[in-house]
Design a protein around this ligand. Sequence first.
Ligand code: URA
Length: 240
Amino acid sequence: MEVRLQKYLASSGIASRRKSEELILQGKVQVNGKVITELGTKIDIEKDEVKYNGKVVKLPEDEHVYILLNKPIGYVSTVTDQFGRDTILDLVKQNGKRVVPVGRLDMYTSGAIILTDDGDFVYKVTHPKHEIDKTYTVTLIGIVTERDLQSLREGVIIDENYKTRPAKVKILKIDKEKNQSRLMITIHEGKNRQVRKMCEAIEKKVLALHRAKIGNIEVKDLEIGKWRYLKQDEINSLLK
Ligand code: URA
């Protein structure tokens, strides 16, 4: 669909139609990398890229959504489930936007998970090379030893022959009465059920697993089951 450049700018909320005309005349608007100063110029909204002051201008309905959900346990993080179980999509109903999870959390793990309708973002952020830190809190049966911590930090063997990459591991609490240990573990790989498998490797049973952070984005201010939109700087921090 073709529209006049000044109408496109106005519809995007950059400025009024009149002010948008001024911006064009001042040479502040580019189409496909070229400064356009002619007022009647038409653009194809599907194909052309418009920039104002060096930033891409989009129509509101074109904007993607980026959501941070504090996933409860008992929900699967796939788009559909062959067994009809509740999926996290039931918790983040978006008007007409088809969001998908960025990565996975297993059914019995709670905490931070991002959803978006931006396929490009999903590709970039989940690419193994991207290596975003993910921080978990895990409650284990038994008291961890210094040696257990060292093994988790240096890498343990999971999936028969895969050695996990170095992890950050901190003790949050040792409860001798309950015979439980709470750890904070930060990894940047995303092998299937990795934290559970790492704990199995030190022969400890996981009582609870929660993802507290993805990169620097924490879920602690969100009630379990609730979501919020990511802020622009949070989105940027994941793409860095
Ligand atoms: N590690 C796990 O064991 N489960 C998750 O959901 C994420 C990381």
